[in-house]
Design a protein around this ligand. Structure first.
Ligand code: C2E
Ligand code: MG
Ligand code: MG
Length: 748
């Protein structure tokens, strides 16, 4: 027989052995390891090759159930195959893969075959062939792992570029790492709290449940901290014996033996660290490092992309300086609120808050400090409203509030008052105390078709109204405001034309020495002779001019006129002693060349500087007291007189007077009109006079309208008086420069 011949050619018969053993030894000469099992899987015979392959001892392993030495994951499958062959269900099975534990504890990958030789008298059992495929499999497995890893990195990178949610990507990243590196745990840490802490953000393995709960201090000697601090990979093979590093505190109990940590950085800033660990000792290879770093990079890209997107989105709807919602977002939110509340929207209050004289403040501080001021103002406004109220910056010095439950006038007042009060305390900027006030316009939906745009426009109109009434107040929009707003726009454009058209006039109101009744001078008060509206008072157009550059032109023009008048009076011995007072606005006070300009006019007209007095209102001075002190000093250096106008209306503190080099204090008309019947106002007026005298200042009482007032002022020792009782303002040619004695009658 051909087959028999071949067998005899290759296999030496072993008559010394029992038939089964002989067969096995023959079989093993072909290079296979062979064993014989009984139908229950117990070892009946173990070939020498099999014994050495498995490291098993022939004596002890005979009678043992083979399946017990298999990896538990493979056990059922192999037992099933053996049973199928033993019961004759299958004749033979080949290509069975299973892991078997060797005597030394290591695992062996085997490829097995089983055939039923129960009927073969020389075997009487199941014939098992074993082949060691460990090396072959691990090469395949390595290739497989590396392919999986590459795919994982590619997939993560692609998803990152697509802008996938970073939280999801982080989860994907840790699971790819855990699966393909076959590590025990993976952890992603994020820097928080100005990089002093690292938060365990996502984890798989023993710390999975701790994600979001655990932080590590930045001074811990753990691989993660160094990875991020030094932007490098940290590999520790033997944590228990490592001199530099230990495992993070929450992992120490689990006793990881080896760790690999890489930084997660984006193009802009470090994000955190990604870490894998193995409980058994493991040497992480350079390939492992490259892989973990690639995953970390993909993650960093995703996080950075998301951050950039969030930033862009945030920028589009927020103000860069203060971080507040901007006009776009405010309008959007307001519109949504009005729509959401529908018929109940009538309690939605829109407050537009505008800082008074901000331009002056900004010019005087410079933009950088002006910005710092705005930031402080933002903080104060924010603190003064309730958490649910929206605060936005509409632009420049304009803020807006959205309050949903404004159901009464009292509520409007209390909101506006709280905002105003929050600005009461001076703001310290670069060692200067800046006083800021704000005017507030309020609007509520008055009809069902109110929109965000109409509400904002109404609040704006109310704001102008508030400004006109004097700064620092608030006004609620009503229909008449709209008409006024229209007027105001007209007024502004007409005023622009009025200056060159010669429609402005200067009237003069005499100032009288109370003790003697002598006229000491006159105050220049501007008037506008409108072609159709008649004579317009400055209270109607100066506030409008003050909000634009118009005030500079008007102011310059009045100064020129007043000085020409002074020059004219100088030529007549009867009027040579008279002084002229000119009002300055807050904005003019901040013009850098104001002093030079005044000097030029005085020089050109040959006027003795001491005969010109500049009046500055208390509130204009207080906008920026330090700056005002500087400007006043410069003006005084020319030899001019300086008066504080409307004294007593702005600030209860009189102490600033000691710091201001002024000559004259003009007590506001509101006190004077009340002194005859109001005790308190009389007491205040008296103390103002006393204080001014103690500082060597001249006191002028404004708005004296009757003899009783004048008599009281005389009794208080007030120096000078102005008022309709003494003389009304009029053109220079018409005014009475000799209004007679203090007990005389009111003129004109
Ligand atoms: P002011 O400087 O306090 O001027 C006094 C105001 O009181 C003047 O009003 C004057 O006409 C008015 N007045 C005087 N005596 C009496 C009185 O007995 N009873 C009453 N009820 N009123 C009296 P006017 O002219 O309407 O000016 C108002 C304000 O406009 C001034 O207040 C001043 O702050 C401002 N102003 C006037 N002219 C100019 C100017 O050329 N430049 C600037 N920046 N402001 C000006
Ligand atoms: Mg005045
Ligand atoms: Mg005044």
């Amino acid at each position: 027989m051909r087959t028999a011949r071949r067998w005899t050619r290759f296999f030496r018969p072993r008559p010394d052995l029992p038939p089964r053993a002989e067969l096995l030894s023959l079989a093993e000469e072909t290079g296979s390891a062979v064993a014989v099992l009984d139908p229950e899987g117990r070892t009946l015979e173990l070939g020498a090759g099999a014994a050495s392959l498995l490291g098993w001892d022939h004596e002890t392993s005979v009678g043992e159930v083979l399946a017990q030495r298999l990896h538990h994951a493979d056990r059922d499958r192999v037992v099933g195959a053996i049973t199928a062959v033993a019961t004759g269900e299958r004749d033979r099975l080949v290509g069975l893969h299973a892991r078997v534990r060797r005597a030394d504890g290591s695992w062996l990958e085997l490829e097995m075959g089983v055939s039923n030789r129960l009927g073969d008298p020389s075997v009487r059992g199941l014939m098992l062939t074993l082949r060691d495929v460990t090396a072959q499999l691990s090469a395949t497995a390595e290739l497989q792992t590396s392919l999986e890893q590459q795919a994982g990195v590619a997939q993560l990178g692609r998803r990152a570029l697509e802008g996938a949610d970073p939280t999801l990507l982080a989860l994907e990243a840790v699971s790819i790492l855990k699966k393909t590196l076959r590590v025990d745990g993976v952890e992603l840490y994020r820097h928080v709290a100005n990089e002093e802490l690292m938060l365990l953000e996502t984890a798989l393995g023993p710390t999975r449940e701790l994600a979001g709960l655990i932080t590590i201090d930045a001074d811990e000697q753990v691989p993660e901290v160094t990875a991020i601090a030094e932007r490098k990979t940290v590999v520790v093979d033997d944590l228990p014996d490592d001199a530099r590093f230990s495992a993070p505190p929450h992992l120490r109990a689990g006793g990881p033996h080896s760790m690999l940590s890489v930084p997660v950085t984006g193009p802009h800033r470090p994000y955190g660290a990604l870490s894998v660990h193995s409980i058994q000792r493991r040497v992480f290879t350079p390939d492992d490092t490259v892989f973990v770093q690639s995953i970390a990079n993909a993650l960093g890209l995703a996080l950075d992309r998301r951050r950039a997107e969030e930033e862009t989105l945030h920028r589009a709807f927020h103000d860069a300086l203060t971080g507040l919602p901007n006009r776009t977002l405010f309008v959007h939110r307001l519109q949504r609120t009005v729509e959401r509340l529908g018929p109940h929207a009538s309690t939605v209050g829109v407050f537009v808050v505008d800082l008074d004289h901000f331009k002056v403040i900004n010019d005087s501080l410079g933009h950088e400090l002006g910005d710092a001021l705005l930031i402080e103002v933002t903080q104060r406004i924010r603190d003064s409203v309730r958490p649910g109220d929206m605060v936005a910056r509409l632009g420049g010095d304009e803020f807006a509030l959205l309050c949903e439950d404004v159901s009464s006038i009292q509520r409007i007042d209390s909101i506006a008052d709280r905002v105003a009060e929050s600005l009461d305390a001076p703001i310290e900027i670069a060692g200067r105390a800046i006083h800021v006030t704000a005017s507030i316009g309020v609007a509520l939906p008055s009809s069902p078709d109110a929109t965000a745009a109409s509400l904002l426009r109404d609040a704006d109109i109310a704001l102008y109204q508030a400004k006109d009434r004097g700064r620092g107040g608030h006004a609620l929009f009503d229909e008449t405001h709209r008409m006024r707003a229209v007027n105001r726009l007209e007024t502004e454009s007409e005023l622009r034309r009025a200056v060159p058209a010669g429609e402005l006039r200067v009237h003069y109101q005499p100032t009288v020495e109370i003790r003697t009744g002598r006229t000491t001078g006159a105050e220049a008060l501007v008037r506008w002779k409108h072609p159709s509206r008649g004579m317009i008072r400055p209270t109607e157009f100066i506030p409008i001019a003050e909000q634009t550059d118009l005030i500079d032109r008007v102011g310059r023009w009045v100064l020129e006129q007043a000085c020409q008048q002074l020059a004219e009076w100088s030529r007549d011995p009867a009027t040579r002693h008279l002084t002229v007072a000119v009002n300055l606005s807050a904005r003019q006070l901040c013009l850098p060349d104001l002093t030079a300009e005044v000097e030029l006019v005085l020089g050109r007209l040959g006027i003795e500087p001491s005969r010109l007095c500049l009046e500055i209102t208390e509130s204009a001075l207080m906008v920026d007291l330090d700056r005002a002190i500087g400007a006043v000093r410069d003006l005084k250096a020319l030899g001019l007189g300086i008066a504080v106008d409307d004294f007593g209306t702005g600030y209860s503190s009189l102490s600033y007077l000691t710091r201001l080099p002024v000559d004259v204090v003009k007590i506001d008309r509101s006190f004077v009109s009340a002194i005859a019947h109001d005790h308190q106002d009389r007491a205040i007026t008296r103390s103002i006079v006393d204080l001014a005298h103690s500082l060597d200042l001249t006191v002028v009482a404004e708005g004296v309208e009757n003899a009783a007032q004048l008599a009281l002022l005389a009794e208080m020792g007030c120096d000078l008086a102005q008022g309709y009782y003494l003389a009304r303002p009029d053109v220079a040619e018409a005014i009475d420069l000799h209004p007679g004695s203090v007990t005389g009658h009111a003129s004109g």
